[in-house]
Design a protein around this ligand. Structure first.
Ligand code: NI
Length: 268
């Protein structure tokens, strides 16, 4: 079985066929999906999906792209949402100096505030960092030991960064881009880090893995990512699937398969 640790199922892209997407995920062996909030509106919808479907859990949070619009009152509402049982993580949060959709000041403020809130609520964090590791790493290091840590949602990081974040206690999540021929760094990370520190994700609807590249991504395709990781590591696919599933369960406190119903339909 597989767990897609990072998808955006709340998005428009899934409005027409979300049930079919979930069915295909189950057929591909995906037992659970964590759908990720990027602002208040998306977090509310993510939580709603997690309430509706037994195989979905959600995070809540304000993405660095939306930091300029993230008000203190939004964070208060997110904190209330975060104490719901369907919410298993805070994120995605972080810093993005590549796109710079929000000001650096706002990104920094909102990132720090949310790290503190997640820590208070004992929730793991889902971290997005792009071209801002020099700022983000010392902040995460300064959070100290003992809290629930989280996962570095890894689209571009190199091996040295992966090692540094793992030393702080974070998991590294490998996305579908690992299947791209020219993705040398991410292939190296996927081949080298301990399987015990690895999660896998789609980041649906973005960045579909080969052979679906260019199409809308969906959780079923996390299987292609796991297969590529197995190939790179010369490990059986089943071992990659088993260990990354176990890691996601531990980090997010997810139910063990069998404790939830077999159908992919609404749970309540
Ligand atoms: Ni994402």
């Amino acid at each position: 079985m597989l767990i897609d640790s990072h998808a955006h199922l709340d998005m428009e892209d899934f409005e027409r066929d979300r049930e079919d997407v979930l069915k295909r995920a189950v057929e591909a062996g995906v037992e659970h999906i964590v759908t990720i909030g990027i602002d208040l509106k998306s977090s509310l919808k993510a939580r709603h999906l997690a309430r509706t479907y037994a195989r979905i859990s959600s995070s809540v949070g304000c993405h660095p792209h939306h930091a300029d619009d993230c008000m203190a009152s939004d964070l208060e509402r997110l904190a209330v949402l975060a104490s719901e049982p369907e919410v298993v993580a805070w994120g995605e949060i972080g810093l993005d100096q590549y796109r710079r959709y929000s000001s650096a000041d706002a990104q920094l403020r909102v990132f720090r505030d949310q790290l503190r809130l997640a820590d208070d609520l004992h929730l793991p964090v889902v971290i997005h960092i792009r071209e801002a590791h020099d700022v983000a790493y010392p902040i995460l290091k300064g959070m100290g030991k003992g809290e629930k840590k989280g996962v570095i949602h890894c689209s571009s990081g190199d091996m040295d960064l992966a090692v540094a974040y793992m030393a702080l206690g974070y998991f590294i999540s490998i996305p579908g881009t690992v299947t791209y021929k020219n993705a040398i760094q991410i292939k190296e990370v996927a081949a080298s880090i301990p399987l015990g520190r690895m999660l896998i994700e789609t980041d649906s609807p973005y960045l579909a893995p080969v052979p679906q590249r260019g199409k809308r991504n969906e959780p079923a395709y996390v299987r292609d990512t796991a297969m590529e990781i197995a190939r790179l590591r010369k490990t059986p696919f089943e071992e990659v699937a088993r260990q990354t599933t176990e890691n996601a369960r531990v980090l997010f406190g997810l139910p063990i398969q069998g404790e939830i119903g077999e159908d992919a339909g609404p749970s309540r």
